[in-house]
Design a protein around this ligand. Sequence first.
Ligand code: FUB
Length: 340
Amino acid sequence: HELQQRREGDDLGHLAAHAISQPLVTHIYTADPSAHVFDGKLYIYPSHDIDAGAPFDDDGGHFGMEDYHVLRMDSPAGEAVDCGVALHVRDVPWAEKQMWAPDAAYRDGRYYLYFPAKDPQGIFRIGVAVADHPEGPFTAEPTPMEGTYSIDPAVFEDEDGEHYLYFGGIWGGQLQKYRDNRFDPAHEEPTGDAPALGPRVGRLQAGMIQLAEPTREVVILDEHGQPLRADDHARRFFEGPWLHKFHGRYYLSYSTGNTHLLCYAVGDSPYGPFTYKGVILKPVVGWTTHHSICQFEGQWWLFYHDALLSGGVTHLRSVKCTPLQMDADGAIQTIDPYGA
Ligand code: FUB
């Protein structure tokens, strides 16, 4: 079963001995870390993994998360403090279940938590919640953000102060059910030499709780300037978009899902297009891989997760961080999470 533990044949003890980093916290399971520097400290906004008792299915129904905890660190080398429950699904009027990968942003004295969850009809929507402090508690808006859908929101603040919301994930994340922002349950992931689906992007209004424009598709090109093909599973977008900027260029990074890689592509606008460049992180223990990239006091860091602590249970993951080498020519050096 594809969504169950990948790498069943792995010697987890051997991988643990060679792991390049340790979980940031071990008293709870955490995943999908979105890291930001606010007020000189690192704040990490992860999913809070639990065993909700939901059966495994091909749509990720076993990822039954119910709330978010925010982690705070004085530095990447320091201890991670669990700031407690920042938002619970019971306090989100429109949401029923599956609080998946979140992100956060700051503007004009307030903090915003962006999160996906399923509504009572089983459709993923993206909501926003507001707080006066980076660790929350966050108060959810009564309805999902208009014009959003699917999963894995990520907010990028450009140097001119504009914020852009990226989102999307195929398969259980439902992105394949949409074309031109319209839902049709008959749609599936494209196949063969058709262009792969990209994540969505839209600029946010200054108030940060609505989009300023309809979202558009982010196109990822190959080395010949052609859109990545749908059957190029080692490179095509699957889920977990993230944006960062380096030497004036925009870096889109993402998970390839069923090939278990974190990849990156580079462009000259937050809207893209982006050209595929390479692999950031080789496969981790567990089916999913999901990350963020954050600069702290001049050093770039990769925040990611794996399922080593739970012995490979794919929906019980732990967030970790490791230095990320951005070369002067703009290339990112590939990381092996187990040091080989
Ligand atoms: O944590 C639930 C889902 O698994 C996330 O939304 C995906 O990115 C994957 O990590």
